[in-house]
Design a protein around this ligand. Structure first.
Ligand code: 2RA
Length: 330
């Protein structure tokens, strides 16, 4: 199994390598791919050195799978070239997510959709992934009518420059390079990505559209407010869910506990609830603060946290690759 990691030197690419290593992914050859300025650099993987190559070299090496985390433009240009060479691409950018001919996959939710013909597979947006892992079992049991989500997102979702901005500000350096239009440390910015004509941000519209596509149900109504906060360990979400059918809170908790990929942290007597500090570097989605919304019938409140670079990006992509391998779809 030859695996290319495209964008191997970036924030998500680095985590992809770590996750492949930790999960002992059965690869025989690693092909780290990055932009020309990184070509020739060495990457250490399982104690061995691998040289970073450019796109053309990687395509010619015909990897079985390419995990892409290199931005939408790069993906639009190069993913089809890898696919033509027989490589299955798992792409972390937004380039293919809403393309009706491409599958948008969260393994716990809809891996069953994958077939041997899927040569470009889209990895969803981080904030969507962690939410749908928790929504799916609830939808299957109680039928979701509407979701209202507000996010509290880590600066790691923006990239290295944002982490540096926050750390600089923390040290009192306020004139360093800016990833955001405003100071992020000691602040909260109610804007993630650019604004669209309807007044929502692109991140909010991703949560709305991607949730329906992954859940395979266009009737689910979703509204979102996405917010950047000065945190690093992961994204947090306050989620309000209205169901067609009534539920029992204890049943919801036990459903969450039984769902693969979820860890229930919900013990308010002992002040236990999910926090990004605890989700950091973990592959699971953490769920807590489960309670009835007493202002509406059949409605639930919950709090969902996950490491956005792991389950929100790298881990989800590697899990898709593991599924393809396990089901012999490559
Ligand atoms: C963010 N959703 O957190 C993005 C990363 N894909 O900004």
């Amino acid at each position: 199994m030859k695996i290319a990691v495209v964008g191997a030197t970036g924030l998500v690419g680095t985590v992809m390598l770590k996750v492949l290593e930790e999960r002992n992914f059965p690869l025989t050859e690693l092909i780290p791919v990055a932009s020309e300025k990184s070509v020739g650099k060495e990457i250490t993987f399982k104690g061995k050195q691998f040289k970073v190559v450019n796109m053309e070299t990687a395509i010619a090496m015909k990897p079985d799978i390419a995990l892409f985390s290199a931005g939408g433009g790069t993906s639009l240009k190069y993913a089809p070239l890898f696919a033509e060479a027989g490589t299955t691409v798992i792409d972390n950018s937004s380039a293919w997510r809403m393309d009706p001919s491409k599958k948008l996959i969260v393994p716990e939710v809809n891996a069953y959709e994958l077939s041997i013909d899927d040569k470009i597979i889209a990895n969803p947006n981080c904030s969507t992934i962690q939410m749908v892992v928790a929504l799916k079992p609830l939808h299957d049991k109680y039928r979701i009518k509407r979701v209202v989500v507000s996010t509290y997102q880590s600066v790691t979702g923006t990239g290295v420059k944002a982490v540096e901005q926050m750390m600089n500000e923390r040290k009192g350096i306020l004139d360093g390079p800016m990833a955001y239009p405003y100071q992020i440390d000691l602040n909260v910015i109610p804007q993630i990505d650019v604004f669209e004509a309807n007044g929502y941000t692109k991140e909010e519209m991703k949560m709305i559209k991607e949730t329906r596509k992954i859940m395979g149900d266009e009737s689910i109504r979703v509204t979102a407010t996405t917010v950047r906060i000065p945190v690093m360990g992961g994204h947090s979400e306050s989620v309000n869910i209205e169901f067609e059918n009534d539920f029992d809170v204890a049943d919801v908790k036990s459903l969450m506990e039984k769902t693969q990929g979820i860890i229930l942290v919900d013990d308010i007597d002992n002040l236990k609830y999910p926090m990004p500090k605890d989700a950091h570097e973990k592959d699971e989605v953490f769920v807590g603060r489960i309670r009835r919304d007493e202002s509406m019938p059949n409605t639930l409140n919950m709090w969902i946290v996950a490491d956005n670079l792991r389950k929100g990006a790298a881990t989800n992509a590697v899990q898709i690759a593991e599924f393809l391998l396990q089901k012999e779809l490559i």
